[in-house]
Design a protein around this ligand. Sequence first.
Ligand code: ATP
Ligand code: MG
Ligand code: MG
Ligand code: MG
Length: 572
Amino acid sequence: MRASQFFLNTLKEAPADAEIVSHQLMMRAGMIKKLAGGIYTYMPMGLRSIRKVEQIVREEMNRAGAIELLMPAVQPAELWQESGRWEKYGPELLRLKDRHQRDFVIGPTHEEVITDVVRKEVKSYRQLPLNLYQIQSKFRDEIRPRFGVMRGREFIMKDAYSFDRNQEAALKTYDIMYEAYQRIFTRLGLNFRAVAADTGSIGGNRSHEFHVIADTGEDAIAYCPASDYAANVELAEAVCNFSRPDATQNLQKVSTPNVTACVDVASLLGCELNKTVKSVVFANRTETEEGVMVQLILALVRGDHEVNDIKLGKLAGVVELSLASDEQIQAAFGCTPGYLGPVGVSSQIRVVADRTVAAMGDFVCGANEAHFHLKGVNWGRDLPEPEVADIRNVVEGDVSPDGKGTLAICRGIEVGHVFYLGTKYSKALQATFLDETGKPAVIEMGCYGIGVTRILGAAIEQNFDDRGIVWPMSIAPFEAVLCPIGYKKSEMVREAADTLYSALKAAGVDVMLDDRDERPGVMFADWELIGVPLRVTLGDRGLKEGKVEFQSRDGRIEKCDLALSEVAARIV
Ligand code: ATP
Ligand code: MG
Ligand code: MG
Ligand code: MG
């Protein structure tokens, strides 16, 4: 590629809304352009890196036996109603109507669509296993899109879905995907860690997130340097704290006067709760925000509701509220039993330890699509710290759940997620097959995501300096740049640059020739900002002795003279 024919658009300053370095540098390097909140155009420079990430992902998925397809972004609501997620997914799901007033969604993920494909096509055990994947733009109406492509609303994801005959086979597939992910993130040149994550109501203990280690990561990871224990903190907390037998008792303790400022969920929902709540079950963290449940339980306890049975299983998620009757639930919540309606984000609300709650800052929750914005409590300022002390997360130095040492905490960016689904979707959508004995059986599933565009941001968070991005070679938009000084003035320079450029291209190097005839300072600043790994500088003076300057962006190869004839061999 010649710079004069490319669409270069570097910026001196990053826009004010770019808070973290990867966002700033991607904007300055002209890799992305913002169209609306969380929605970006991938500019030619950015797209080159995206395509390289995709290619690595694609190669490793194919190698692991997965098959590529491409599903529609627009999906009919009926499928989501069938799976139950039309109600459960909440405001992150972008819903729209067509001209006939039929409901559709823009896919935030594709379990429903792929399960529909498979249930229609797969009839016999002979057609299994199957692992299907796509690389596609997803839309999630994130409450707080930020950090550029890191938390976008429209973003590119690789999502794979596996279909197996039984649990044993499904778990084997899971392991194959786990291995493929290890290879992918290694090839991408990232410093990453696979950590255990909660499977919520699905159980099976098979869910891992792949995190790129970075201080700016939105997630916290707990790991034990003395063993191979690693989990996201939510799971670590759940394991450390919620297995305690006295948890229920301590939950009651929370109904101290100190917590009066907690949100009364019942009144929020505009309903009178029945006095007797038969059971409250904490089940699946991933579906709902735990803060809402805690608030709800507090409201119940404070309101003198008789709570007969509080089960603290896995940390948080869906509240199953068995009120006196289904009709009452319907009347109270406007939704079916077992589900409290779409829930937004409750920020900074933590369910902690064997104790319970701290609610701080703003708290947003939604039920039945109604949204409430409320002021929560700033403990210590608005109210004295709750007596129930020890409101805290898992912290550095806590005993590791495996008992083999103490925990260290670091921050990470979730770039991939592998998840054993069991029959969650196949059961709901009735994806069955005839097994070896001719009996119908439900297909076992897994799903496996990779945040393709998020990877760009994550890679930059790990590889930058004060001059710009320092791309790992595998995903750099260009592998090498030729910077001729005086390209238009010196025939010697032009000829040497053109010849080297042709030779490198012929050898398959992804090379950029900066033929803009800019001053050296301008060229160098641009390519250092963009982060091209190798640079060759050609000038009259050196060329007279048959020499050029060679250096690598990461500093591992310091600026040195190289015979022009040797350059190709060094780069290829
Ligand atoms: P997060 O916890 O960051 O919201 P998630 O757990 O909701 O992510 P998954 O449903 O596991 O995301 O999707 C698979 C992958 O897609 C994630 O591991 C992440 O890399 C990527 N991803 C998810 N949401 C976004 C987003 N808003 N912008 C960019 N990438 C995303
Ligand atoms: Mg999310
Ligand atoms: Mg996540
Ligand atoms: Mg995830």
